[in-house]
Design a protein around this ligand. Structure first.
Ligand code: FES
Length: 109
């Protein structure tokens, strides 16, 4: 499918994130130091909305049970915390991002 425009750069200032919808997919776009990254927005544990989570550096924490993901790669850093236990959860898909002028484009297969 190639690259699709999903947002404009002024919508996502440095250190913030935004969820965009592409068909059925929810994708989290993050601006870290002026560079944009995109991963799946639905937590791989139980579908928590990562765009409502906390962003610290390149790590987003799910608002539901605290799973942590690296937004630059989609990799799971820490699983959800259930009671005293941390269990494992899968990685998020990561998407290629490109900026053209003011437009943020995502590569979708
Ligand atoms: S839904 Fe995200 S940690 Fe449980």
């Amino acid at each position: 499918m190639g690259f699709v425009k999903v947002a404009e750069i002024q919508e996502i200032p440095v250190g913030t994130m935004k969820m965009v919808k592409l068909g059925e997919k929810e994708i989290l776009i993050v601006n870290i130091g002026g560079k944009f990254y995109a991963i799946g927005n639905k937590c791989t544990h139980m579908g928590g909305d990562l765009s409502r989570g906390r962003l610290e550096g390149n790590m987003v924490t799910c608002p539901r049970h605290g799973a942590k993901f690296d937004v630059t790669t989609g990799k799971s850093i820490a699983g959800p915390k259930i009671g005293f236990l941390r269990v494992k959860t899968g990685d998020e898909p990561a998407y290629e991002v490109k900026v053209e002028g003011n437009d943020i484009l995502l590569k979708i297969d």
